[in-house]
Write a new protein. Structure first.
Length: 416
């Protein structure tokens, strides 16, 4: 079992060093990291190929393998994202407010790093570089704990990052990786008090629940995505089909993919055959429908059960329900949402505004795919994850969300 206190001690020391770097120095580091990852692309792909082969041999589903899989395009996109993070404004040292107090003290509120971030995640090697880049730019040291399925990939990516840091004359312990996959090590990571300032889980419901229930360090909860597309009775049905298809099929293994479609009874007979036709194409999507959906689609849908309405499938599966108007749709979403991303497709302006007011989620869409809930799409360069909680951070967690603040008070001899 890895002695995490050693990694934690190194991270705390590294965080103090990192906090002293100015924006230009951090940006040069990120540019060096991006170039090193490009230079090491072949080694990263070789390691990833071994991970993917082992995952297929273990019988992991193709949708989950899609999360794990890297190709040249994805590796280069990871490097580009690191450079995009470098181009963003430095979130550290910003003056957030201030005032002169009755005592005569001049108070200034200034953004500061969190310190040492722990990131625990599943088989998503792109998260490794995204997290490293965001933490470097926000002056946080980071300890990464990826899923065992991606260990070779993560090791290769972190090796590139640490090599770039060392070559630039900086402490490679700005970024560290836990390579031990033992359950006891994971448990100890969740309890690394005195070393971790925050722990951020990114993954499926089981991982997030385990971290929230067992961690003794502060946790920022990134959430599962039981996302809905509601086709309201006035919707442009072709647009609705485009949005629904994209939200479900473009990449079903990610948390911003749609899992349930709701459609008004007034347009169900028209719209359901259209979307079912789309879903029958390759790759075929299994439809689990309410009784009315099954009646309209016949053999193209199987009966849904209660658990389908609350499931994040992360696969080529969608649940479809016919609803009796706006109120039933809103009630359904309010009951089953995980607070991630929700969408209404409508031409009724008042209903769109009411939907936005009544649906409590990190991202609420009108006439657009839920797949846009993403740090890059939101102009953050990259993201640590999508927070569905309401304290400290909500939605895509970029640079700003990796900072806190302190108060600086300037006096001239005041005493109380």
């Amino acid at each position: 079992m890895t002695d995490l206190t050693v990694l934690g001690g190194r991270a705390k020391a590294a965080a103090r060093e990192l906090a002293l770097l100015d924006s230009g120095e951090k940006n040069r580091l990120l540019a060096a990291v991006a170039q090193q990852v490009r230079d090491d692309c072949a080694a990263i792909l070789q390691a990833n190929g071994e991970d993917v082969a082992a995952a297929r041999e273990a019988g992991i589903s193709e949708s989950l393998i899609d999360r794990l899989l890297l190709n040249e395009q994805r590796v280069l996109a990871m490097a580009d994202a690191a450079e995009q993070v470098a181009a963003l404004p430095d979130p550290v040292g910003r003056v957030l407010g201030g005032q002169r107090l009755p005592s005569g003290l001049e108070m200034t509120k200034v953004s500061t790093p969190l310190g040492v971030c722990g990131i625990i995640y599943e088989a998503r090697p792109n998260v490794t570089l995204d997290a490293a880049a965001l933490c470097l730019k926000s002056s946080n040291a980071v300890i990464l704990k990826g899923g065992k399925e991606a260990l070779r990939s993560n090791r290769a990516v972190v090796a590139s990052v640490r090599a770039a840091l060392a070559a630039a004359g900086q402490n490679p312990d700005f970024v560290q990786l836990i390579e031990d996959s033992a359950r006891e090590t994971t448990s100890a990571f969740m309890k690394l008090n005195g070393y971790l300032d925050v722990l951020i889980p990114r993954g499926g419901a089981g991982l997030i629940r385990a971290v929230v229930e067992n961690a003794t360090v502060p946790v920022i909860e990134t959430g599962t995505g039981n996302c809905h597309i509601y086709v309201e009775g006035t919707a442009d049905l072709e647009m609705a089909a485009d949005i629904a298809y994209n939200a479900k099929v473009s990449r079903p293994s990610v948390c911003n993919a749609a899992e349930t479609f709701l459609v008004d009874r007034s347009v169900a007979a028209q719209w359901l055959p259209v979307i079912a036709g789309r879903m029958a194409a390759s790759p075929r999507v299994e439809i689990r429908g309410c009784p009315e959906t099954c009646a309209i689609l016949g053999g193209r849908a199987v009966p849904a059960v209660e658990s389908d309405w609350e499931s994040e499938f992360l696969d080529y599966v969608v649940a479809i329900k016919v609803v009796d108007g706006f109120e039933e749709a809103v009630s359904h979403i309010q009951r089953y949402t995980t607070g991630h991303s929700e969408c209404i497709v409508t031409r009724d302006y008042e209903k769109s505004r009411a939907f936005c007011r009544r649906i409590d989620a990190a991202a609420v869409y009108v006439n657009a795919s839920t797949r846009f809930t993403d740090g890059g799409e939101f102009g953050m360069g990259a993201e640590i994850g999508i927070s569905t909680q309401k304290l400290h951070a909500r939605g895509p967690m970029g640079l700003e969300q990796l900072t806190t603040h302190k108060y600086i008070l300037q006096g001239d001899g005041q005493i109380r």
